[in-house]
Design a binder for this molecule. Structure first.
Ligand code: AMP
Length: 656
């Protein structure tokens, strides 16, 4: 495997990235860095955000720029202030062991005088949004005649935002002998035309196909009536409990605010990001989101550009983007740096045909998921609650004589009565909707035999659309997390790490997905192996055999959970046997009750997905608290305001 040393980077850069934990270069880094360092040629890079592009151009740039000289040598132009700040932050970190480095970022929405001051003090590298840079050039606050390197990052985004004229204006005053490096997630003909005009015989570097999407993203959609979108979205949230961490894309700022208000009213910790917020407000929202103080962020396309937050589990498209190329940008917010992510489009009947256009453009196939039924969400929450009780360590020091005395009235209760009382309390917290809410899925028009969807796809299970789902009998209690479980499985089975996906590590067990053809290998190697003295058991999750699962992909935990005989239930809840009957006092096989009827019990079962231990999630959602609204923020000191003024009526821009 190629290392950063092989790429020709120097010691100070190498030590900075090794401190960051970058072990190996990403594909775009592997391809770009040597060309950048050794070659005199321009670079035209096709890469999505999240692929490690910043380091791909940033690391060689830091090595090539002469920091003993004061003059500006490199210009990095990107679409938004968020991205500007991110790139500046990254370059500053990569150059922490270098002397004399001055990197200044300039973008709209902040005081221009402060930026002029910063520039006066000298900057070998300027990171800029196009509009602000033009302003600064016209005020003679920057001198880009000495530039040797120009990087255009997210070039397609800049064109979408109407910056073409500005970019051309900037490029036309830079020296002819500069090198240009252009990165774009898509390659529309306008980009080609810029490349033809301003780049000399560029080396073309591509990770993935043109307009392609990150392979670690699972693209899913659900069909619902417009009026049910909010309820459907809440079910996705509630079903995922505490693990949901994502961005919800809306078309207008009004919609982001409206949904965010509703979520807060309903007790969720959400916030929104749109063009009416002041820079300070945006930064506050972003900081809280980055630190997971809020895990649900509503955003417009423009406001979300440049957001670099790792670990997002979901991107939700409340509406599909007007410009379908934006789909790649949106979904690329998840599954960053090799992680996995899920992109879910909530579609009404009229939006369906646009999904097909996206499928064609990005050459992916969306899997239909079903919005969980009210009962399934309720059950998932209850299981999580029970799991939390079961896994809570008793803190003896809390139970002094006084407390024990207080407990007397309930200690005298029969165990089952006590349990039922506790569960009743918990159940009462669920809205009426989750006691008997309607099915929110709608029949899909055009999904019949003539469609690209195979028959039966409509029963694919939420959150379980690729590969074969396997139950593995080791988990958090064994000291494992997603990374270490993947490593262990990969070591034992010799299946590459990247081919083990949808890893879900629970208390005493985990789930993984592998491609159907790898199942046998896992069974013969991992099943029966030893992990820290525990024998590892592997089972195809649910009732189906591996072969039977190959079409729609795995993820059928529910057959196990609800179908009775669940070893998981037995282990987690200390009961053994069918958890349904025991835990809830009667009712026997829950599978029959909840999942009878029109749905395929197997695939629906996937929802049951075994109690993330997140009784605490409710705590997380509660409070709602400290949301600030955008009042007073109008009058827009948005970083986009400059660009917006210039491009009004351009037709491509919409209200954000
Ligand atoms: P970018 O595409 O530049 O926005 O990078 C996406 C994320 O990947 C950022 O959080 C980077 O810190 C991270 N990253 C970049 N290169 C590597 C690498 N070689 N190894 C691990 N993480 C990386």
């Amino acid at each position: 495997m190629t290392t950063f040393i092989d790429l020709g980077l120097n010691a100070s850069v190498l030590s900075a990235i090794s401190e960051l934990g970058f072990e190996n270069p990403t594909p775009i880094q592997e391809k770009s860095i040597p060309v950048f360092l050794e070659n005199e040629r321009d670079i035209l890079g096709l890469a999505q955000t999240g692929t490690g592009k910043t380091a791909a151009f940033g690391l060689p740039l830091l090595q090539l720029v002469d920091f003993n000289a004061k003059q500006t040598q490199a210009l990095i132009i990107c679409p938004t202030r968020e991205l500007c700040m991110q790139i500046t932050r990254d370059l500053t970190t990569y150059s922490k062991h270098m002397q004399g480095v001055r990197i200044v970022s300039v973008y709209g929405g902040a005081s221009i005088n402060g930026q002029i001051e910063d520039l006066r003090r000298g900057a070998q590298i300027i990171v800029a949004t196009p509009g602000r840079l033009i302003d600064l050039m016209s005020r003679r606050a920057v001198n880009i005649k000495t530039i040797s390197y120009v990087v255009l990052d997210e070039a397609d985004e800049m064109l979408n935002m109407g910056f073409r004229e500005d970019i051309e204006g900037i490029l036309s005053v830079t020296p002819d002998e500069k090198r240009v490096c252009l990165f774009s997630a898509t390659m529309p003909k306008e980009i080609r035309s810029i490349a033809n005009q301003y780049m000399k015989n560029p080396v073309e570097i591509s990770v993935g196909k043109a307009n392609s999407s990150n392979a670690n993203i699972s693209h899913e959609y659900a069909s619902v009536h417009s009026k049910d979108k909010y309820a459907a979205f809440k079910r996705i949230l509630d079903f995922n409990n505490d693990s949901f961490y994502g961005i919800i894309f809306c078309t207008t700022k009004h919609e982001t605010q409206d949904i965010s208000d509703k979520l807060i009213r309903d007790g969720y910790n959400a916030d929104c990001l749109h063009g009416d917020l002041s820079q300070g407000q945006r930064e506050k929202v972003m900081s809280r989101f980055r630190h997971k103080a809020i895990k649900i962020l509503l955003a417009t396309d423009v406001a979300a550009r440049g957001i670099d937050v790792s670990d997002l589990t979901h991107v939700i498209h409340y509406n599909l983007p007007d410009d379908i190329e934006n789909y790649t940008h949106r979904s690329g917010r998840t599954a960053r740096a090799g992680k996995l992510g899920t992109s879910i489009a909530l579609l009404n009947a009229r939006e369906f045909y646009r999904l097909r256009e996206i499928e064609k453009l990005i050459a992916i196939k969306f899997n239909r998921i079903m919005i969980p039924s009210a009962m399934e969400v309720r059950d998932k929450k209850l299981l999580a609650f029970i799991d939390t009780i079961n896994s809570t360590e008793i803190e003896e020091s809390f139970f002094d004589d006084v407390v024990v005395n207080h407990l007397k009235p309930i200690l005298e209760l029969d165990k089952e009565v006590l349990m039922k009382k506790m569960l009743s309390l918990e159940l009462r917290r669920f809205s009426a909707e989750y006691m008997n809410g309607p099915d929110l899925n709608i029949q899909e028009r055009g999904a019949g035999s003539g469609s690209s969807r195979g028959e039966g796809d409509s029963n694919e299970t939420y959150g379980a659309s690729r590969g074969t789902r396997l139950f593995v009998s080791i988990g958090q209690k064994d000291g494992l997390n997603v990374g270490s479980l993947k490593d262990f499985v990969s070591n034992v089975t010799e299946i590459p790490n990247a081919n083990i996906y949808r890893v879900d590590v629970k208390g005493v067990y985990s789930f993984i997905n592998v491609d159907a053809e790898q199942v046998e290998k896992v069974m013969t190697t991992l099943h029966g192996s030893d992990y820290k003295g525990r024998q590892v058991r592997v089972e195809v999750s649910g009732n189906e055999s591996a072969g039977g699962r190959s079409r729609s992909g795995g993820g059928d935990r529910g057959g196990r959970s609800y179908g009775g005989g669940g070893d998981r239930g037995g282990r987690s809840y200390g009961g053994g046997g069918d958890r349904g009957g025991r835990s809830y006092g009667g009712g026997g096989d829950r599978g029959g009750r909840s999942y009878g009827g029109d749905r395929d019990g197997g695939s629906r079962g996937g929802y049951a997905g075994g109690g993330d231990r997140d009784g605490g999630s409710r705590g997380g959602y509660a409070g709602g608290g400290d949301r600030r609204r955008s009042e007073g923020a109008r009058g827009g000191d948005s970083g986009f305001s400059g660009a917006r003024r210039r491009t009004e009526g351009s037709g491509r821009r919409r209200d954000f």
